[in-house]
Design a protein around this ligand. Structure first.
Ligand code: NAP
Length: 311
């Protein structure tokens, strides 16, 4: 017989793990289901500097997330590694089907987060993992002494561009406008870095190469001018990193949970339109998507799940 959990948490990023910690401490029988590695986006973040109480010298996302996971497990949260394919969240008993098993709970906390937005250029799919990447922490070392290009102008793009200068010979930020969106302190680091240059008002139109990325066409948005960028002959390739925001991982819940632009709508108690169903972290409509706000959402959702179960 399928075990009936008090709460099932889908996703083991900061929101899901914080929810697991709070649910475990409330003595709710808790299952956290994650399809890949723990941490969501911060598992691919090289340096976290702004999570209160962390090592002030800075620490990596995986280090921080490993402690969060350990803490949730310490208070009894069970773990399952499974990819969820189908959910029925409308009844009193919430039913969840994965590729490996079926799960049931009185409450569900959706903490599935978001994934990197594709660059949106022609042939992109052919070169992912062959020059195109969305994770500097994972792939920077492949570009030791090569040239790399970074698309985007927000905090992620600029911070990761600075990180990439530790490996690459030269880093060029390609941004669709003529000013960055990133925080001023982050911008200052990039402007002060000799290895970083900028292509303003520019987007990537197409990418090409012989199996590995070695050329691309960029387009000036103001003039419409197309320019071909080719890898240095000795290099034979270059890197292209995309950091242009995220898309919500919410398709599973479409038609059941109310959403806006794919993000789940909650109230300030993380309640969705469905009784016993909560959402926490980047998956939700909110103004600030950070580790701290994800963790806070998770705590609130778990406390509300407890209150819901207690009636
Ligand atoms: P973001 O702040 O939304 O920035 C996305 C960037 O990509 C923007 O510069 C945007 O250009 C550009 N962009 C969006 N769609 C594009 C497209 N189709 N083609 C070309 N460019 C496109 O995203 P983010 O940098 O990933 O950050 C997400 C959230 O995490 C933010 O709240 C950010 O503050 C936070 N974050 C914080 C830190 C930190 O505090 N250390 C680090 C990383 C991320 P426009 O500027 O023209 O819109």
């Amino acid at each position: 017989m399928t075990k009936l959990y008090d709460v099932i948490i889908i996703g083991a990023g900061p929101a899901g793990l914080a929810a697991g910690l709070y649910a475990g401490r409330a003595r709710l029988s808790t299952l956290i289901i994650e399809k890949g590695q723990d941490g969501g986006q911060i598992s691919i973040t090289d340096e976290i500097e702004n999570y209160p109480g962390q090592n002030p010298e800075g620490e990596s996302g995986p280090e921080l997330i490993a402690r969060m996971a350990k803490q949730a497990e310490k208070f009894g949260a069970e773990r399952a590694s499974d990819t969820i394919k189908e959910v029925d969240l409308t009844g009193d008993i919430k039913k969840i089907k994965g590729t490996k098993g079926e799960y049931e709970a009185k409450t569900v906390i959706i903490a599935t987060g978001a994934f990197p937005r594709p660059i949106g250029c022609k042939n992109e799919g052919q070169y992912i993992g062959k020059g195109i990447s969305f994770c500097a922490t994972c792939d920077a070392a492949f570009f030791e002494d090569f040239e790399v290009y970074v698309v985007g102008g927000g905090d992620a793009a600029v911070e990761e561009a600075v990180y990439l200068t530790k490996f690459a010979r030269k880093v060029t930020i390609i941004h669709r406008r003529d000013e960055l969106r990133a925080a001023k302190s982050v911008q200052e680091k990039a402007f002060a870095n000799d290895k970083i240059s900028f292509l303003w008002d520019t987007v990537v139109d197409s990418v090409d190469g012989d199996g590995i990325l070695s050329s691309m066409v960029v387009k000036n948005k103001k003039t419409g001018e197309l320019t071909t960028i080719t890898a240095d002959e000795d290099d034979g390739m270059f890197g292209l990193f995309g950091f242009i925001g995220y898309l919500p991982r919410s398709e599973l819940f479409e038609g059941q949970v109310d959403m806006k632009d794919g993000y789940i709508i909650t109230d300030e108690d993380m309640k969705t339109n469905l009784p016993g169903v909560f959402a926490a972290g980047d998956i939700r409509v909110k103004s600030l998507r950070q580790v701290i706000t994800a963790a806070a959402d998770g705590a609130i959702a778990a406390v509300q799940a407890y209150k819901y179960i207690e009636g």
